[in-house]
Design a protein around this ligand. Structure first.
Ligand code: 3PY
Ligand code: MG
Length: 259
């Protein structure tokens, strides 16, 4: 049986939705806890807007793997070299924000896939330990299980979506509804629930299907996540660790009120 590090792309390609937790807090045990106890199918580590650095991510990844779940870090904008290091640490895939052009997409793909398709450099010591694969087997399998999501979250990216999807090594898109709303409104508003954003989301999903690639999206709430799964998204990352904390804390505090 393949390790949980290797299953994300295959599950998504088989049409099995994966609901992921979204983590921004740098304490690795939070990611481990969400994977192990809360029932999420995967964990995203947000290194773009969260407080997670490489060391926290490298510590979180084995805890998520120990729970039998894949871990998918989101790198800071343009930090593609970090993507290679995270894969070496045992990440199953990478979400790259603000991939706006086909050149961005090619550069991203080159850092996550080994030659001949890409230029990822060899050194997956921790990843081999987590997958249980020897060097030759890891090398033979990595390009197919490592899942690269290019974020579509600007007007420019939407315009280039077919070319981005056509890049070998970009396995799918991941939509950021908030930035997309800012982009589509020309900076006039932040409204990820607007009809214009909703139409753009459905358009991007349809284009990814036509290209035979995967589609993921960020959902701030469980209800939004259910809506995205119904609409056909396979990979949906929900909420945030801080939001889970806030929700649980405020509901417990409210329940403890005596009048
Ligand atoms: C966005 O909505 O812009 C995102 O990047 C999701 O976190
Ligand atoms: Mg964004």
């Amino acid at each position: 049986m393949p390790s949980s590090v290797e299953t994300l792309a295959a599950d998504l390609r088989a049409g099995q939705p994966v609901l992921s937790a979204w983590c921004g807090l740098p304490e690795p045990s939070i990611a481990g806890y969400l994977a192990r106890e809360a029932g999420f199918g995967a964990v995203v580590l947000d290194m773009q807007h969260g407080a997670i650095d490489f060391l926290s991510a490298a510590r979180a990844i084995p805890l998520v793997a120990a729970a039998g779940k894949p871990c998918i870090p989101r790198i800071p904008v343009g930090e593609f070299a970090t993507a290679s290091r995270l894969l070496d640490a045992g990440a199953s895939g990478i979400i790259a924000p603000m991939v706006n052009t086909v050149e961005d997409a090619r550069r991203f793909a080159s850092f996550i896939k080994y030659p001949p398709g890409g230029e990822r450099s060899w050194g997956p010591t921790a990843a081999m330990a987590l997958t249980g694969l020897g060097a030759r087997a890891y090398f033979a399998r990595a390009n197919s299980f490592v899942t690269g999501f290019a974020m579509i979250e600007t007007r420019e990216a939407l315009a280039a979506i077919d070319d981005i999807l056509a890049v070998d090594g970009v396995d799918g898109i991941f939509i950021g509804p908030s930035d997309l709303s800012v982009g589509l409104s020309g900076g006039a508003t932040l409204d990820p629930d607007s009809p214009e954003v909703s139409a753009a989301i459905d358009h991007a999903l349809a284009r990814s299907r036509t290209a035979g690639k995967l589609a993921g999206i960020y959902a701030p709430t469980g209800e939004t996540a259910a809506d995205f799964v119904r609409r056909g998204f396979g990979f949906v990352a929900i909420g945030s660790d801080l939001a889970f904390l806030r929700l649980g804390a405020s509901s417990m505090l409210a329940a403890s009120a005596t009048e």
